[in-house]
Design a protein around this ligand. Sequence first.
Ligand SMILES: Cc1ncc(COP(=O)(O)O)c(C=O)c1O
Length: 380
Amino acid sequence: MALYSIPYVQVAKQYAEEREELEAVIQDVLANRSHVADPLVDELEEELTAYCGTKYAIALNSGTDALMFAMTTAGIKPGDEVITPPNSFVASTSTIVHIGAKPVFADVLPDQNIDPDAVEAAITPRTKAIMAVHLTGRVCQMDRLQKIADKHGLIIIEDAAQSIGSKYNGKKSGSFGVAGCFSTHPLKNLNACGDGGFITTSNAEIANRVRRMRAHGMSDRVTVEEWGFVSRMDTLQAAILKFRLKNLQSVIDRRRANAKYYQENLNHPCIFFPADRKEEYNTFHTFVIQVQGHRDALQTHLAKLGIKTTIHYPIPIHLQPAAKSLGYKKGDFAVTESQSEKILTLPVNQYITRADQDAVIKETLTFMNQVSQNTERKIG
Ligand SMILES: Cc1ncc(COP(=O)(O)O)c(C=O)c1O
């Protein structure tokens, strides 16, 4: 028997907390609503619009489709280049490939977000867009990225899949670029009970075309304006999200408090995590530490004790087998590659108790002290 039982996610606890209200919401959909394209989806979109501070929000069946539709409707064409970081979830890159464009990687900063200087260095005459991925729930340095975009006539697409509610200089993620792309996957801070996502934009043309693309390219019940897709958000998921959106601030508050507790107590010379800058309001979709040496041994040690951690992401995208034809090689992105060997994601979900956080901190520090002493002894 392991000493602890500290999971990485706690979906069952969320269900227990919400059970009565959530089941009523689901029953209402089953009994009274159209299961696809009910006005309730429009209501959710209005609430998301207000929440994110854009003119429109369009509910879809995934964050991946949100990225694909956003880039297509923003005018990114086959052959265009889109600058994106190599350390994201694969969908940030695969969607660029799927629309026939070319992903061009730019390395990241110590905080894991795209480095504006590297972006500028990666621009070519074929560059059309910058994809700003707000990894871990921290918004990229949007003022610097916007300046670069303006200078070179580029558009910005935000991959805001991990950053609902996050802010930069008081402005919400998803409201900076021509479009913001969100995921409501079960592991996200605003989560459905299945796949889901949405696009935010203040551009009416983009909004209208995304609405059309998600429903077979039809502008009404009989007219097909373009070849489309089936990417509507189901009424059931929309109802669940509408209910959970009411509690999102509490989820964010709890995650922020948990992150702060780690930040205040997880101090070790071999452990790094980026400090929150004053312009940032981070929502901690993940809490990632960077461990100097022994990351894998630490993860295995914690797992043996019953503490689950994970790695976002162990193989940088440019080194994935699928990326072979893009022509990158090991050594091309030093920061991303070095981080991929150091990063470890600790449980920061809204249900983790202080006692469990204390255990994570104590066991991590004890292990790191031990291995550091052994290393010193060997060197000495
Ligand atoms: C950064 C990032 N981009 C895109 C996606 C894709 O979202 P989805 O899983 O909803 O398709 C995710 C989700 O995991 C993500 O984390």
